[in-house]
Design a protein around this ligand. Structure first.
Ligand code: HXC
Ligand code: NAP
Length: 282
């Protein structure tokens, strides 16, 4: 759906770009002409992903980094600046998450998730943003959140709190840093099953099938759908989009919000009866 040179000449840093959604975004950016720089904690995962990018003819590099460590974040951005000469796009995609009754969580469990999702996003954005501002370089930050960032959700409270914080950062910096030519946008995905979601969030098949039932379009998302959206949002064609959070969830969260959406379970017979009652003139 795009010109092959949509992102030509751009360098994109993608946190957690070795797996899942981040990897698929990297592949799409590369196909559209960008150079791709990925980071994450596991060196073997990153090096395998970079081999796949290079096999597809994409200019790619990696640096192992735990985004919870600001010194490592600075080292990683130094590394990519040395390697590519500039960075134009930052995708804050790295995350940690698991389902659990909240009362069973320790403070350290909260720290682990908030550290990756909220602090990690802030450290990456702050480090790169300072460099962009001091050199007058324009840039775009794309943060991957979730739909429960604004509704909240039981059983994933550390993640919900962290993603809500990221949303506040997006909306705040979209305004504050616009004067420097830095845009902030976000994607709120619904269910896009990956190895990690299957392990950490849908570890039993019943959870995944329940999630599909919640989606009005009755299916989960496809990687090409989120990767194409991520490409558009960081492209020069989206230059007037700033502070926007685009939901891509088949209508899932709105279904939960609308008070009468459960009526889809009524039978024809029940509708007939309801119609008769509501039209009765008494
Ligand atoms: C309860 C848990 C836990 C679990 C870990 N902890 N797993 N508590 N249930 N399943 C607790 C530990 O006991 C420990 O606390 C603390 O969390 C830190 O654990 P570590 O293993 O030391 O942490 P760390 O190595 O830093 O790993 C981070 C992690 C892990 C978040 C815990 O799951 C991870 O690395 N995940 C990355 C991949 C991932 O989660 N991807 C999913 C993204 S999908 P104590 O007190 O015992 O020391 C997503 C989708 C949302 O976000 C929407 C879907 C529809
Ligand atoms: P994933 O494959 O587990 O991706 C997470 C990535 O983050 C991994 O590559 C992981 O690599 C990296 N990471 C984790 N902790 C890190 C740390 N401390 N420092 C650096 N990197 C770290 O999961 P995914 O499903 O693709 O999720 C990607 C994004 O989409 C996340 O922000 C998630 O919240 C969001 N999302 C996903 C879904 C979905 O259904 N898949 C739905 C809504 C939102 P290492 O473990 O090697 O560090």
């Amino acid at each position: 759906m795009f010109r092959n040179d949509l992102l030509k000449g751009k360098v994109a840093v993608i946190t957690g770009g070795g797996t899942g959604i981040g990897f698929n975004i990297g592949m799409r950016y590369g196909e559209l002409g960008a150079a791709v720089a990925i980071c994450g904690r596991r060196e073997n995962v990153l090096s395998e992903a970079v081999s796949k990018f290079r096999d597809a003819g994409i200019d790619a590099d990696y640096h192992a980094c735990d985004v919870r460590d600001p010194a490592k974040v600075a080292e990683t951005i130094d590394h990519f600046m040395d390697h590519f000469g500039h960075i134009d796009i930052l995708v804050n995609n790295a995350a940690g998450n698991f389902i659990s009754p909240t009362e069973k969580l320790s403070p350290h469990a909260f720290d682990a998730v908030l550290g990756i999702v909220l602090h990690g996003t802030i450290y990456m954005t702050l480090d790169l943003g300072k460099r962009w501002i001091s050199t007058g370089h324009r840039g775009v930050v794309l943060d991957i959140v979730t739909t429960y960032a604004w509704t909240g959700s039981g059983y994933v409270v550390p993640s919900a709190a962290a993603k809500a914080g990221v949303l506040a950062v997006v909306r705040s910096l979209a305004v504050e840093w616009a004067k420097y030519g830095i845009r902030h946008v976000a994607i709120a995905p619904g269910p896009f099953p990956t190895e990690a979601t299957r392990k950490n969030l849908f570890p039993i098949p019943e959870i995944e099938s329940r999630i599909i039932e919640r989606v009005p379009l009755r299916r989960v998302g496809r990687m090409d759908e989120i990767a194409d959206l991520a490409a558009f949002l960081v492209s020069d064609n989206a230059e007037y989009l700033n502070g926007s959070i685009i939901t891509i969830d088949g209508g899932e969260w709105l279904k939960g919000a609308g008070q009468f959406n459960h009526l889809e379970n009524l039978t024809e017979e029940q509708w007939k009866m309801i119609n008769e009652i509501s039209r009765r003139k008494d």
